[in-house]
Design a protein around this ligand. Structure first.
Ligand SMILES: [Mn+2]
Length: 300
C-alpha cells in the first residue's frame, strides 16, 4: 500500500499546552494559510482538535487542570487519527506543540494492534528526544515527556492515551537530536533507541542515514510512522518554533531525509509540529512545514 496511492487526511491540533509559548496553538492556521491542501493535492481536511485555554502553573508541575485538558484533547485526537487509519487513508497531523504526538503515535499503535501487526517503528525528526518524565524534567513541559509515555514509561497526563506504551523503543530512531537533558539521555539509552545527531547526518550523508533509519524503524514488516518537529531545522532557517536549538539541519539535509522517507511504502502516519507563527519570519517556517508534510506524504 503505497503512500502515494492513499488519500491524505489533514487533522489540525491546536494546542500549546505542552510547551511554554502560546503561539504554537495557531500553527495549523499558519500551515494551512501557507498552502498545505494545495501542495498535498487531493487531500481531505478534517478540521481541528482544539485545546481549551488552561492556566499553566509555574514550576515543574504543570498542574492537574492542565494535565486533564491534555488528556482530553489527546483522546479526541487519537480517535480521529485512528478513524483515518481505519479508512485506509494517510493521516497528516499538523500541530500544535509536540504533546499531540502521544495521540498520533498511540493511534498508530492501537491500529496496528487491532490488525494483529507488531508495534510499528518510529522516525522522530527533532532537536529533542522528548523522553523526560515528571521526575527528570527540568521544565515541566509535557511536550518533552510524551515520547517516554509512548515508549511505556509512566507519565500521568498521558497514562490513558498510551495505555502502558504502544510502541517498541528499539524501532525508534531520532534524527537531528542535539538538545538532550541528562536524565532523559539515561532513559533513551536504557530504552535502546537509536540517536542520530546532525553531525552524524553530515558525516554519513542524509540519504545513507535515511536508509539506515528506515531499516531500523521498519524492521519486521516495514510499517512505521514519522514525526517532524520544525526545530530539527536550524533556527536561522526555521525561526518560527517554540524551542530554538543551534546547529540544526539545513534544508538540503532535511529535504533529502524527508523525501526518501516519504517514498517508503510502510509510512502509516505523518505528523508535523511546533510551528509557532508568533516567532516566524514572513511565514517562512510555515512554508517549510508545508513542504515537509508534502515530502513525508510522498508528494516529493
Ligand atoms: Mn523539539
Amino acid at each position: 500500500m503505497s503512500s502515494v496511492a492513499r488519500l491524505i487526511e489533514i487533522v489540525g491540533a491546536r494546542s500549546s499546552l505542552g510547551g511554554r509559548c502560546e503561539g504554537t496553538a495557531r500553527g495549523p492556521l499558519a500551515v494551512r494559510a501557507a498552502g498545505l491542501a494545495q501542495r498535498l493535492g487531493a487531500a481531505r481536511d478534517l478540521g481541528d482538535i482544539t485545546a481549551r485555554a488552561v492556566e499553566r502553573r509555574p514550576g515543574r508541575d504543570p498542574g492537574a487542570a492542565l494535565c486533564a485538558e491534555v488528556e482530553r484533547y489527546s483522546l479526541d485526537l487519537r480517535e480521529i487519527v485512528e478513524s483515518v487509519l481505519a479508512r485506509g487513508a494517510l493521516p497528516c497531523v499538523i500541530g500544535g506543540d509536540h504533546s499531540l504526538g502521544a495521540a498520533t503515535q498511540a493511534a498508530v499503535g492501537r491500529f496496528a494492534r487491532s490488525r494483529g501487526w507488531s508495534a510499528p517503528g518510529l522516525l522522530w525528526i527533532d532537536a529533542h528526544t522528548d523522553c523526560n518524565t515528571m521526575e527528570t524534567t527540568p521544565s515541566g513541559n509535557l511536550h518533552g515527556m510524551m515520547l517516554a509515555a509512548v515508549h511505556g514509561i509512566d507519565v500521568p497526563a498521558f497514562r490513558r492515551v498510551v495505555e502502558g506504551g504502544l510502541r517498541d523503543p528499539k524501532r525508534t530512531v531520532y534524527l537531528g537530536a542535539r538538545d538532550i537533558d541528562a536524565g532523559e539521555l539515561d532513559i533513551v539509552k536504557r530504552l535502546g533507541c537509536r540517536v542520530i545527531t546532525p553531525d552524524e547526518i553530515r558525516r554519513k550523508g542524509a540519504l545513507a542515514i535515511a536508509e539506515e533509519a528506515l531499516s531500523i524503524a521498519g524492521a519486521d514488516d516495514g510499517r512505521l510512522s514519522v514525526s517532524f518537529d520544525l526545530d530539527s531545522l536550524d533556527p536561522t532557517l526555521a525561526p518560527g518554533v517554540d524551542c530554538h536549538v543551534e546547529g540544526g539541519l539545513d534544508w538540503n539535509e532535511a529535504s533529502t531525509l524527508l523525501e526518501r522517507i516519504g517514498r517508503h511504502e510502510g509510512v502509516l502516519a505523518v505528523e508535523v509540529v511546533e510551528v509557532n507563527p508568533a516567532a516566524d519570519r514572513d511565514g517562512q517556517t510555515a512554508r517549510l512545514a508545508v513542504e515537509a508534510a508534502a515530502l513525508l506524504c510522498g508528494r516529493g
